[in-house]
Design a protein around this ligand. Structure first.
Ligand code: NI
Length: 182
C-alpha cells in the first residue's frame, strides 16, 4: 500500500479547520487504510488527515502497542480506532499530564496538561454513530487529534516562549532543508 506523506510545521495546512465527511464510499475506506498504514509506519499512535495534507475530519488512533509496551507481560497488539467527524461532548475537571509528541513536529516532546477523561461521539468507517468514554493515554490522544481538526497543535498548550522557539527552529530548518536543532 502506498504510504502518505506527513507534513510538518511550519506548513500552513496544519492550521486549517478540517471539513466534515459526508460520503462513506470506497475512496474513504482506501484513504483510511492508507492513513493507518502511514501512522504505523511512522511510527505513531494517532494521525489526523490534515497531517497528510487532507483537511477532512478523519482520525486514526491505536494506543494498544504503546500500552502493551508499558506492560511487559502483554504481547504487542493492534487495536485501531477510526474516528470520523468526532466531537468531544464532555471533559472531566480532573486533569492529567502526558509528555506529548506529534508526527508533524518530529522529535519534539513536551508535557501537556489536559482533562484526564473525555466522552466523545464519532462515526466509524461504516458511518455508524458511537459514543465512548476514555481516560489515560487514549483520552490524551483523542484530544490531541481532535485539536488537529481545528488547526490546533499540542505546542499551543505550552508556554509562548517554548512554542515560539520550536516554530523558529522548524522554520529555519525547513528553509535550509536540514533537521531542526532541538
Ligand atoms: Ni499530532
Amino acid at each position: 500500500m502506498d504510504l502518505l506523506d506527513i507534513i510538518t510545521i511550519p506548513d500552513k495546512t496544519l492550521r486549517k479547520t478540517s471539513e466534515p465527511i459526508e460520503r462513506f464510499d470506497d475512496d474513504l475506506q482506501r484513504f483510511l487504510d492508507q492513513m493507518l498504514a502511514t501512522m504505523y509506519d511512522a511510527p505513531g499512535i494517532g494521525l489526523a488527515a490534515v497531517q497528510v495534507g487532507v483537511p477532512r475530519r478523519l482520525i486514526t488512533i491505536d494506543v494498544a502497542a504503546k500500552e502493551s509496551e508499558e506492560d511487559e507481560e502483554r504481547e504487542p497488539t493492534r487495536d485501531p480506532i477510526f474516528l470520523i467527524n468526532p466531537e468531544i461532548v464532555w471533559r472531566s475537571d480532573e486533569v492529567s499530564t502526558y509528555e506529548e509528541g506529534c508526527l508533524s513536529i518530529p522529535e519534539y516532546y513536551a508535557e501537556v496538561e489536559r482533562p484526564a477523561k473525555v466522552r466523545f461521539r464519532y462515526l466509524d468507517r461504516e458511518g455508524n454513530q458511537h459514543e465512548r468514554e476514555a481516560e489515560g493515554l487514549l483520552a490524551t490522544v483523542v484530544q490531541h487529534e481532535v485539536d488537529h481538526l481545528d488547526g490546533k497543535l499540542f505546542i499551543d498548550h505550552i508556554s509562548k516562549l517554548k512554542r515560539d522557539m520550536v516554530i523558529k527552529k522548524f522554520t529555519k530548518a525547513s528553509k535550509q532543508g536540514t533537521k531542526p536543532a532541538l
